[in-house]
Design a protein around this ligand. Structure first.
Ligand SMILES: Nc1ncnc2c1ncn2[C@@H]1O[C@H](COP(=O)(O)OP(=O)(O)O)[C@@H](O)[C@H]1O
Ligand SMILES: [Mg+2]
Length: 341
């Protein structure tokens, strides 16, 4: 089966000059998203996930940030396009949904009318046709009685329904890529699962690629087929879901794994990662995770480990040898497995 690359980010850097110094929000990030992928980006708050994707959407103000690298979307470098071209691509070929659907839905206008507006903004079709398309979209995202709910105001929808409406709006133009930034963070657990299911269903039905951004590795393990773990503006580990969850290599990934409730680790203790992410103005020398890493050794506070395949079959940015990683990870898991049995 051939894969079509939708997004190729190459050595992206987004640095914000501020009064306190240069904030290196994204600092040398490369990844690829294909059609059919659900590409999970995971990391603690402040690791650069949103800045990465806002920049990919052309939404980071070029006057406020030094942006370098390439963001190739279907072969065109978005960092070289003007505002008007970007606006055409955004919404039409790339769409996004955010944590808070209220930030995108206007409270005073009916949900249906807002989706109709969104359609008409890029497609010059008769209004009646746009309305019919809106009923279809609302139905496709699982909103019952679309013709009636079309006339509701956002506050008449539940949180989950609002997120469904946002997904309908995002899909209005048949985009190729959907970027979902913490789409389920504001929702309770059952609704969260429904929205993740919906995103998967939409991905398959519309044959698109999805970038799913979350601070919750549990969410990524549910739906993503590829995973990128971010720390302090960089990727520290990247691979297929099976590679990253089956054979995790980076101590930060281990920490994230230990801090999620795991179905097969019932009763085992959840261990939060100690310490806090570094300042992005003065990142530590060497590996930026080393101050928090229980496995740091000689080179870690001096040599900055690049992300590359270090023998595990997928790339990571940790100086430990692959064999050492296997041993340490098994050791870390031993008490958890015991607690679970
Ligand atoms: N316009 C800006 N000016 C200065 N710093 C910014 C700006 N936007 C984001 N940042 C900083 O970039 C870092 C990464 O932010 P973000 O991408 O939002 O993190 P995440 O989405 O992973 O939680 C944060 O430290 C944030 O404060
Ligand atoms: Mg964010």
């Amino acid at each position: 089966m051939s894969t079509e690359t939708l997004l190729e980010v190459k050595d992206l850097r987004v640095h914000f000059p501020t009064g306190d110094g240069l904030v290196k929000a994204v600092d040398g990030l490369s990844f690829t998203v294909d059609r059919g992928d659900t590409f999970g980006i995971v990391g603690e708050s402040g690791s650069g996930k949103s800045v990465t994707n806002l920049t990919a959407l052309g939404l980071t103000d070029r006057n406020a940030a030094n942006i370098t690298g390439e963001v190739l979307f279907k072969g065109r470098d978005l960092l070289k396009l003007g505002k008007e071209d970007l606006r055409k691509i955004r919404g039409k070929e790339m769409a996004m949904i955010f944590q808070d659907p209220f930030s995108c839905l206007h409270p005073f206008y009916r949900v249906g009318d807002q989706i109709v507006e969104a359609i008409l903004c890029h497609d010059k079709i008769p209004k009646k046709q746009a309305e019919q398309r809106t009923y279809d979209l609302l139905g496709a995202v699982g909103i019952p009685k679309p013709k009636e709910r079309f006339r509701d105001f956002p506050h008449q929808y539940s949180g989950g329904m609002r997120q469904r409406a946002m997904i309908a709006m995002a899909m209005a133009h048949n985009p190729d890529l959907l970027i979902a930034d913490e789409p389920t963070t504001a929702l309770d657990v059952t609704v969260q699962a429904q929205i993740l299911d919906l995103i998967e269903r939409v991905k398959t039905e519309f044959d698109i690629g999805v970038i799913l951004i979350t601070h919750d590795l549990g969410v990524v393990s549910e739906v993503a087929n590829k995973v990128m773990v971010m720390y302090a503006g960089r990727a520290v580990e990247m691979g297929t879901r099976d590679e990253v969850f089956g054979n995790p290599q980076h101590p930060y990934t281990w920490g994230l794994l230990e801090s999620i409730p795991h179905v097969d680790h019932k009763g085992s203790k959840l261990v939060p990662i100690e310490g806090a992410p570094p300042s992005l103005i003065r990142t530590p020398n060497g590996c930026s995770f080393h101050p928090r890493c229980p496995h740091r050794f000689d080179p870690c506070d001096k040599d900055d480990p690049e992300i590359k395949d270090r023998g595990a079959g997928h790339p990571d940015a940790c100086h430990l040898s692959a064999a050492e990683k296997t041993r340490v990870w098994a050791e870390r898991q031993a008490p958890r497995t015991k607690a679970a049995s």
